[in-house]
Design a protein around this ligand. Structure first.
Ligand code: ATP
Length: 282
């Protein structure tokens, strides 16, 4: 089965075709990033400052990482993924040095995109933190952003679930001064995402992606990917239960297809992230 994990499995090579329901958002990111990344000399010649940073915000699993990876591979830029909590904890005591290394690498291998996932962990509002370490890391990130030449060949994309947790100094001009909301998909978006995650699957004729999109209110991209994977597992289990695995067994004998029933069974098991968050608040 090629299913929900499709985009993950191909590793770095994510294309715009792998992103569902975010046409406008992707368009905006492209406008901001592609031009300076591809033609930095234009900005230089005109004496215009190219953007250095974009802040994407929205619920988990809506496709922020996917967008960053797609822009990087579509522009052939070097991609560095930095996970906020990891740089703070795994590299505790060396977080600032690690950040400097990342920016160095980006400069050397330019054009580059640095993706700072969960930036609120690296750069929380300084007014809210007490520890010196945290304050120093925020200051380091600010200095690194300011030190980036605005030539356009290194762009930093940051992502957060809650933009208000990010230190406001980072959101000023010349830093992360473009903000893009990545919202949970509407029905049409869900239809597009389901289409993407089932495109490698062998579907029975009764599968209606329209209907699935209609009954998955509150599901984000990551939930829909999980739904497709799980439906595939249902089909597989059903298939294996129906066939005796004998020596002469060949895959083709299984004639397996994923049916609407498989999707509905899977649906009963998957709770959308929106509900989970709601439950956590209660
Ligand atoms: P987090 O805030 O948790 O890091 P995120 O917004 O970065 O989440 P992704 O990591 O991009 O979310 O999404 C996780 C997976 O869910 C993707 O690899 C992809 O399989 C699927 N997915 C999420 N959004 C979409 C989308 N808009 N279109 C297609 N697939 C999606």
């Amino acid at each position: 089965f090629k299913g929900g994990e499709d985009t993950e499995r191909r590793g770095q090579r994510v294309t715009y075709e792998d992103i569902g329901g975010l046409a406008k958002e992707v368009q905006r990111v492209r406008e901001i990033i592609e031009l300076p990344l591809k033609y930095p000399q234009l900005f230089h010649r005109l004496g215009v400052e190219a953007p250095k940073g974009i802040l994407m915000y929205g619920a988990p699993g809506t496709g922020k990482t996917l967008i960053a990876r797609a822009v990087a591979s579509e522009t052939d830029a070097h991609f560095i993924h930095v996970n906020g909590p990891e740089i703070m904890h795994k590299y505790y005591g060396e977080s600032e040095a690690r950040l400097r290394q990342v920016f160095d690498e980006a400069r050397k291998k330019a054009p580059s995109i640095i993706f700072l996932d969960e930036i609120d962990a690296i750069a929380p509002r300084r007014a809210d933190v007490h520890g010196d370490v945290e304050k120093r890391v925020v200051a380091q990130l600010l200095a690194l952003m300011d030190g980036l030449e605005s030539r356009g060949n290194v762009i930093v994309i940051a992502a957060t679930n809650i933009p208000d947790l990010v230190d406001p100094a980072l959101r000023r001009p010349g830093r992360f001064d473009r903000e893009i909301a990545i919202n949970a998909p509407d029905q049409r978006g869900r239809r597009e995402i389901l289409q993407i995650h089932t495109r490698g699957m062998s579907l029975a004729p009764d599968v209606s992606l329209d209907r699935l999109a209609a009954i998955t209110h509150g599901f984000v991209g990551a939930d829909l990917a999980a739904l497709c994977r799980e439906a595939g597992m249902y089909a597989l289990r059903r298939g294996l239960a129906n066939y005796q695995l004998s020596e002469g067994f060949v895959d083709d004998d299984l004639q397996l297809k994923v049916t609407m029933r498989d999707f509905l069974d899977a649906l009963a098991e998957i709770e959308p992230s929106a509900t989970r968050e709601f439950a956590m608040e209660l």
